[in-house]
Write a protein that binds this ligand. Structure first.
Ligand code: TXA
Ligand code: MG
Length: 342
């Protein structure tokens, strides 16, 4: 049985952190909140512990994990040489939703963390619970999102429990995560740096600090030997029923009617203003044109569909500007690039 430990500013959580730290030191995995999504952590220098993460998630072993640290100083223990561009990024965005892929010091981190690559993704999360855990532990923590592989990432402790109850010993419950989408992954071993996964730190924000960066779409056309985030090739973020994207400007009412006439039960994921359509189920992305709210609600909305008997899911698309790039990246994956048109 999985223990859910609430960590909350209003209670003295010292004992709870000590309990989680003991489990990590004993080679166990612990789920914890970050400002992006919940992570499933293990001590990043303990290969047996790290393997438990892959097992619990059902994650392919060739997909490397992100290493979380509680202070910038620790970085020198794991990274061979820190590029000046990385230093600028850390100053501007750490702690925060930015993972930097750099050259790993050989033989320090558990081999399973990097899945055999010479590089490693490092990040310092901006969440009081994650930081308290890391600083009490005083060790690096390897942590992917705390979902079963292929499912939407968890933004609440309940989401973690849905996927991993009985499989992991402990979840630190710090409430709903703020951003709701995983960190931006930036490869700073390449020149110019390449965004391997869009996230809370946008291309525009990065370029203001370090100049031009490339995005995966452009990257795809570049030399074949360029390393990409191995995670990009797997199915992701998918509820049970098929997801179709639909333009916000499309006739959504007509689309729903058409699908219902074919015998479908339709779940609609859209801004609040679409509440009054005749969809069988409606899950909101929040206020219209509010990308922060859309990012924060996206995974919860996708997961909610699995609790219904909907046979098809329609999700409204948004622009790819700013945070929209990360949102559409996840939505396109959830939909397998399928668009609904009448
Ligand atoms: O916000 C986040 O990043 C969350 C929280 C828990 O910190 N973590 C997370 O981890 O999303 P995960 O494992 O679900 O995603 C890590 C991504 C994968 O796409 C992986 O392929 C990529 O980062 N990645 C990790 N190490 C890499 C490396 N050395 N080179 C290229 N890509 C790497
Ligand atoms: Mg993940």
């Amino acid at each position: 049985k999985t223990e859910i430990l609430v960590v909350d500013k209003s209670v003295n959580s010292k004992k709870t952190y000590a309990q989680a730290v003991d489990m990590l030191n004993a080679g166990q995995v612990v789920a914890f909140p970050t400002e992006t999504v919940y992570g499933l952590g293990a001590v990043a220098t303990d290969d047996t512990a790290v393997k438990r993460i892959f097992e619990a998630k059902g994650r392919p072993s060739d997909n490397p994990l992100i290493v979380h640290i509680g202070t910038i100083e620790e970085l020198h223990d794991y990274i061979e040489d820190i590029p000046p561009v990385a230093k600028k990024c850390m100053e501007a965005f750490w702690p925060g939703p930015l993972t930097l892929v750099m050259k790993a010091k050989p033989g320090v981190l558990a081999p399973s963390v990097t899945a055999g690559l010479s590089t490693v993704g490092m990040r310092m999360p901006d969440h009081p619970v994650a930081l308290e855990l890391l600083r009490t532990l005083q060790k690096p923590v390897a942590a992917p999102s705390a979902n079963r592989s292929g499912k939407p990432s968890p933004t609440k402790a309940e989401h973690v429990a849905e996927d991993l109850n009985g499989i992991i010993p402990c979840i630190l419950d710090g409430g709903i995560t703020g951003i709701g989408l995983e960190s931006t992954v930036l490869d700073v071993t390449l020149h110019p740096p390449v965004i391997l996964r869009p996230g809370g730190v946008t291309k525009e924000m990065l370029e203001n600090v370090i100049g031009p960066v490339l995005e995966p779409s452009h990257e795809e056309q570049r030399i074949e030997s360029t390393p990409k985030a191995p995670g990009m090739k797997y199915t992701h973020y998918s509820p049970e029923a098929p997801v179709f994207l639909i333009e916000e400007t499309a006739n959504i009412r007509a689309a729903i009617e058409n699908l219902q006439q074919q015998g479908h039960k339709v779940a609609l994921l859209a801004p609040k203003t679409y509440k009054e359509t005749a969809a069988d189920y409606f899950f909101t992305f929040g206020e219209e044109n509010n990308l922060e709210q859309m990012g924060a609600h996206l995974y919860d909305a996708l997961r909610s569909c699995d609790k219904t008997d909907a046979t098809i899911i329609l999700a409204t698309a948004t622009s790819k500007k700013g945070m929209g790039s990360a949102i559409m990246n996840r939505l396109e994956k959830a939909a397998g690039e399928k668009w609904f048109t009448l």
